[in-house]
Design a protein around this ligand. Structure first.
Ligand SMILES: Cc1ncc(COP(=O)(O)O)c(C=O)c1O
Length: 328
């Protein structure tokens, strides 16, 4: 895609930084952190790259509204609402009902924008998608032109943002003169992973992609979706790729951290001053730490960890409850 096919939002390239203290304390490989938490809108994060393509597509289609959704504290939904306004579009959000209590985290972002989300009672991807389609039908009947952005912005258009990220990492590694053995990233709906895979196919490298499943898609998980998106983007079946899905950090469930996640969050904060979140990046970091502890990566190897953002998820009542009563 050409640059004109993006609505400019992300401050890219995001830095690729050395995590020397973390690496030292783990006695492990060289660790580089791709700071996609610094994509530059709201509290940053991975969705901004996807939204550049999605919002450009919505504008090209003559949309008046975008409709999207997610879990109660969805980063994607809040980021879409903000960036849609920047692009001159209205946003309608369908979320799973938050726990009763004080609104916090991303819910405050919607409030500041004057958006009242519609709620479904359970966090079930199918229920959310159905409610979003219903919302589009209502908007269309009232004479509007809705543009549906599925959960996580994970469409063939949106994933292009993470193919870009792959190329960015490759170019930054070339400048540093390193060839990473692996790239770790949290994977929820699979779009970020699909984009990285697409980039990998466009510019292959001897590098393993480790997608750390956070439990957002119950059952089959995100890999079949990611592969289908890559196949759609390439107009043909997805060849066998050096990708693996790590499902060992789902813990008590989506958006609920297990003990390894909390340990990883503490370690990243203490060594690198980096805030991870309990739903995504904490779990991805936990997978990296466990793998290093098991001796998977040699000391002279380099691994890249993509910090996909999510800070708003830390400042929630759910997080306070976890810190008061940590999981066993
Ligand atoms: C902070 C963060 N990291 C990672 C992801 C996973 O991205 P994807 O849904 O594209 O797999 C999300 C998705 O919401 C996210 O908010």
């Amino acid at each position: 895609m050409r640059d004109s096919e993006r609505f400019p939002l992300a401050l890219t390239p995001t830095p690729l930084v050395e995590a020397a203290s973390l690496s030292r304390i783990l006695g492990g490989p060289r660790i580089l952190i791709k700071r996609d938490d610094l994509t530059g809108r709201i509290v940053g994060g991975n969705k901004i790259r996807k939204l550049e393509y999605l919002l450009a597509d919505a504008r090209r289609a003559g949309a008046t509204h975008v409709v999207t959704g997610g879990g109660a504290q969805s980063n994607h939904a809040a980021q879409t609402a903000v960036c849609a306004r920047m692009a001159g579009l209205e946003a309608l959000l369908v979320l799973s009902r938050p726990a009763p209590g004080l609104p916090c985290g991303n819910l405050l972002v919607h409030r500041l924008l004057g958006i009242t989300p519609e709620y479904v009672d359970r966090y079930e991807p199918d229920d959310l998608e159905e409610a979003m389609q219903d919302c589009c039908r209502r908007l269309a009947r009232a004479g509007n032109r809705p543009y549906l952005i599925p959960l996580g912005g994970s469409t063939v258009v949106g994933i292009r943002g993470y193919a870009d990220c792959w190329h960015e990492i490759a170019s930054q590694c070339r400048t540093l003169g390193v060839s990473p053995a692996a790239i770790y990233s949290a994977t929820g709906t699979g779009g970020t992973l699909a984009g990285l895979l697409l980039g990998h196919l466009e510019a292959p490298a001897p590098c393993r992609l480790v997608g750390v499943d956070v439990g957002a898609i119950p059952g089959e998980g995100p890999l079949p979706r990611a592969e289908a998106l890559v196949a759609e983007a390439r107009g043909g079946p997805c060849p066998t790729l050096p990708v693996e899905l790590n499902r060992r950090q789902i813990g008590p469930g989506y958006a609920r951290p297990g003990p390894d996640c909390l340990t990883a969050m503490r370690l990243f904060l203490q060594t690198e001053g980096l805030l991870l979140d309990p739903a995504y990046t904490g779990k991805a970091a936990a997978a990296l730490i466990v793998d290093i502890g098991a001796g998977r990566w040699q000391r002279d190897a380099t691994v890249v960890f993509i910090h996909t953002g999510g800070a708003a998820g830390f400042f929630t009542e759910g997080m306070a409850a976890q810190l008061d009563n940590p999981p066993a």
